[in-house]
Ligand binder design. Structure first.
Ligand code: HEC
Length: 156
């Protein structure tokens, strides 16, 4: 093999590798998926603090409970319509967003509004003692679960 043909062969291989790695997920789809999954991770972190207290796994702390609840309110109040771009459903690797979201965007956004309302309810009482937190925690966890049941693919 001449040096030139060796050069051609390796650069063709490099290009082919690049094309495979980059082929299937459009940058705007990848970016939207990353953003919404990060947003969900932030929900999860704050819900975890409150859930730990509600289930007596971590000691009730009024200040920490109020912070976590108001973080949830802030997060649930973010307009996240831009996260759910066309072509980012479960047909894309790494997405568990069911096509049902795009069939019923209003219903999906209503579930988001339910979470905001529940989080506001919790924020109002999170600092008023463990019993008050326990009572208001259920609807928040329920709002996460209601949306997941309808719009998120189950883990295999
Ligand atoms: C309006 C609907 C909706 C609500 C409300 C909602 N989620 Fe989600 N959640 C989804 C969807 C859809 C996905 C899948 C996203 C994807 O795979 O791109 C998801 C994914 C997740 C994930 C996985 C993230 C990852 O890294 O893939 C976690 C964790 C999560 N949600 C936690 C929560 C928690 C905690 C709450 C409540 C405080 C909540 N979600 C509220 C729809 C919702």
């Amino acid at each position: 093999m001449t040096r030139f043909s060796l050069f051609l062969a390796t650069s063709t291989l490099a290009l082919a590798g690049f094309a495979v790695a980059e082929s299937h997920i459009a940058p705007e789809v990848a970016s939207a998926m990353k953003a919404r999954q990060a947003h969900m991770t932030l929900y999860s972190h704050n819900l975890g603090t409150l859930g730990g207290m509600a289930q007596d796994k971590i000691r009730y702390d009024a200040e920490a409970a109020m912070i976590a609840a108001s973080n949830l309110v802030a997060l649930a109040g973010v307009n996240n319509a831009g996260y759910w771009v066309d072509g980012s459903d479960t047909s894309v690797e790494g997405s568990r967003a069911l096509p049902a979201i795009w069939d019923d965007m209003d219903g999906f956004m209503a579930d988001q509004a339910d979470l905001l309302a529940a989080a506001q309810g919790l924020e109002g009482v999170a600092g008023d003692g463990l019993d008050a937190l326990k009572a208001a925690f259920g609807p928040v966890g329920g709002a996460c679960g209601a949306c997941h049941r309808e719009y998120r693919q189950r883990n295999e």
